[in-house]
Ligand binder design. Structure first.
Ligand SMILES: Cc1cc2nc3c(=O)[nH]c(=O)nc-3n(C[C@H](O)[C@H](O)[C@H](O)COP(=O)(O)O)c2cc1C
Length: 227
């Protein structure tokens, strides 16, 4: 029979989970500390290369880079790339060139961006995340590291928050910790794409920047727990 969940054993289990999270994160970040650099990678999951989702992720990365000289950023724009979803026989496609960048021990956090497609993330985003299985096995390479999310949409309230939730939920399967954005961008970056541009959406851009800042804050905290 299952043990009844009491407040006491729930709190205890939560404390053990939190402890293991901190220790796995500390282990992963020991590698990053050795190299000195903290790499934050942004992934734009729009099939349209260099468009508004890429611009939103880049805004988040630029903000993250300004937080500390140890932070390096890189945008991986999946636009125009062929990336199929999971298959028992790994497909020979463009994912092969991306995987080593994500396996770099210096990776200290991710920022994942997707357009809202019918109020959900793009199939490219889903396919990309499905293919990231080698980041979970044999070792949880992203365990305890921060992840932020940004979403673009053709409407102000076009499902961006649901896209962010989907990204967070999927990345939690990798042990990543969704950190939202610096207040008041509590969830992440939500941007309005109008006429293929986000540069006039100052409010939305500020949420993207706040997401980058928050991911950088957590990456630094994990690298220097005493600070
Ligand atoms: C198939 C499809 C579905 C879409 N569904 C939505 C939607 O549900 N909500 C929304 O706000 N915008 C929707 N859009 C608009 C895109 O989210 C918007 O144009 C997005 O910013 C494009 O990103 P990109 O410029 O990086 O390609 C949709 C666009 C396409 C092609």
């Amino acid at each position: 029979m299952n043990e009844a969940i009491t407040r006491r054993n729930f709190v205890g289990a939560t404390a053990v989970l939190a402890g293991s999270l901190v220790s796995t994160a500390a282990g992963a970040d020991a590698d990053a500390a050795k190299s000195g650099k903290l790499k934050i990678i942004g992934i734009s999951c729009s099939p349209r290369k260099g468009m508004t989702t890429a611009a939103a992720v880049q805004a988040a990365l630029d903000a993250a880079k300004g937080v500390d000289p140890r932070i390096e950023v890189e945008l991986i724009d999946l636009g125009g790339l062929a990336i199929a979803g999971y298959s028992p026989t790994p497909p020979e496609d463009d994912f092969k060139a991306i995987l080593p960048k994500l396996q770099d021990p210096a990776v200290a956090g991710l920022i994942v961006g997707s357009p809202s497609y019918y109020r959900g993330f793009s199939s490219l985003c889903k396919a990309f995340i499905e293919r990231c299985a080698p980041l979970r096995e044999p070792k949880m390479l992203l365990d305890g590291k921060p992840v932020g999310a940004v979403a673009t949409g053709g409407f102000r309230n076009g499902g961006q928050e649901m896209v962010i939730d989907q990204i967070h939920t999927a990345m939690m399967c990798f042990g990543m910790v969704p950190v939202g954005g610096r207040p008041p961008a509590f969830l992440g970056g939500t941007l309005l794409s109008a006429n293929n541009r986000v540069d006039e959406d100052e409010l939305g851009l500020s949420t993207a920047r706040n997401t980058g800042l928050r991911v950088a804050d957590f990456a630094l905290k994990l690298a220097n727990p005493a600070s």
